[in-house]
Design a protein around this ligand. Structure first.
Ligand code: AMP
Ligand code: MG
Length: 344
């Protein structure tokens, strides 16, 4: 696949409305537009247009049974495309929208099966990014948008990552620099009883539990035989090197990683500010301070991509048990590691 991709720089706080109009028009005409959100960059197309949605899957090389999230600009838009919406969905939307929460609901017939990977349910999210909201409202349709990376690669948290993966494969790429949150949305399935979280993300389990006390987690295992959420069974977030998670106290983690990297000049370490000076290997990337978990979260995907430039064959990463974002961070790193973990 080789097509002409137009790339525009755009200010996330004060977006150029001519560029927004151009993107909204492209969406209406069935084209693909990669745009920033507060979580990661999305590759968007008109969710109601089966042909447009197919372009997303082929640009990414995404398996077509992996459902897309439909991005809306208002809770009222959800009523146009979902049925049997439970009252709790409205409560969650009022508290957490716009923001990093996707809600799985029963879809109606306006939403083609191509958008939902063949499911009768669809995930909906209202992002808070000004650019994303403006494109959605101006286009007048829900925008299906998975992360704007090649399937299996770390999600893009900077315009440069999108250009790297999708240049020549999509119609338009907007570059607004780095994403604020840097990890994808929390996905909550409200069609099951009790409701479950299918993917941890920008909104923590504890926060959601305050509103939905019976909420359960459904993402803790590496059991690929019975994925609740179709996307779960696929390889995710893989940099070129293999990733191994090392879990233990800070002192034992450092000791173990030093031992493992001792005779391998192509080993790299993903660590925190608190430990970075204690590693003897040359190749280390510091995701941030453990006192600032949001910073670590926002740098995980970017760090994995940096290792690609360093020609490493193995990445040892610390286990970031850093409060409410731990689930989301470690879910991504454990997937990147295909659940390979060394406990010390
Ligand atoms: P991505 O857009 O790449 O961040 O992935 C979206 C993820 O949301 C999918 O891989 C699924 O895990 C989840 N998802 C989207 N729609 C549904 C749905 N209808 N039912 C269950 N999970 C969904
Ligand atoms: Mg993705």
């Amino acid at each position: 696949m080789q097509m002409k991709t137009e790339v525009y720089k755009i200010n996330p706080e004060n977006p150029d409305m001519d560029i927004i109009a151009l993107c909204a028009d492209a969406i209406k005409r069935g084209k693909t537009v990669a745009f920033p959100t507060e979580t990661v960059y999305g590759l968007g197309a008109n969710a109601l247009d089966e042909n447009a949605v197919r372009k997303i899957f082929s640009a990414k090389g995404r398996p077509n049974d992996n459902p897309l999230i439909l991005h809306v600009a208002d809770i009222l838009d959800v009523e146009k495309y979902a049925i049997d919406i439970p009252p709790i969905a409205y409560t969650l939307a009022r508290i957490f929208w716009p923001g990093p929460l996707s809600m799985v609901l029963k879809k109606n017939n306006l939403v083609p099966m191509a958008s939902t990977g063949g499911l009768h349910t669809a995930a909906f999210r209202m992002p808070s990014s000004k650019i994303a909201l403006a494109i959605i409202s101006k286009s007048g349709v829900p925008i299906a948008a998975p992360s704007a990376n090649l399937s299996g690669k770390p999600s893009p948290t900077d315009g440069a990552h999108v250009i790297e993966d999708l240049s020549g494969r999509v119609d338009i790429i907007l570059d607004a620099g780095r994403c604020r949150i840097g990890l994808e949305s929390t996905v909550a399935d409200l069609t099951s009883s009790p409701p479950v979280i299918l993917r941890p993300g920008g909104i923590s389990f504890d926060e959601l539990r305050m509103v939905v006390p019976h909420l359960m987690k459904s993402y803790d295992s590496s059991d690929s035989d019975a994925p609740r959420s179709p996307g779960m069974k696929y390889t995710h977030y893989s940099p070129d090197a293999s990733v191994i998670v090392v879990k233990g106290s800070m002192a034992s983690t450092v000791e173990k990683i030093n031992e493992l990297t001792e005779n391998n000049p192509r080993a790299g370490v993903l660590c925190s500010l608190e430990t970075v000076d204690q590693y003897r290997t040359e190749i280390k990337i510091c995701a941030g301070s453990r006192k600032n978990p949001d910073e670590i979260a926002s740098r995980i995907f970017g760090s994995l991509r940096m290792f690609n430039k360093l020609d490493v064959d193995t990445i040892y990463t610390e286990y970031f048990d850093v409060g409410p974002m731990e689930d989301a961070i470690m879910n991504r790193l454990l997937k990147a590691a295909s659940y390979e973990i060394i406990e010390t």
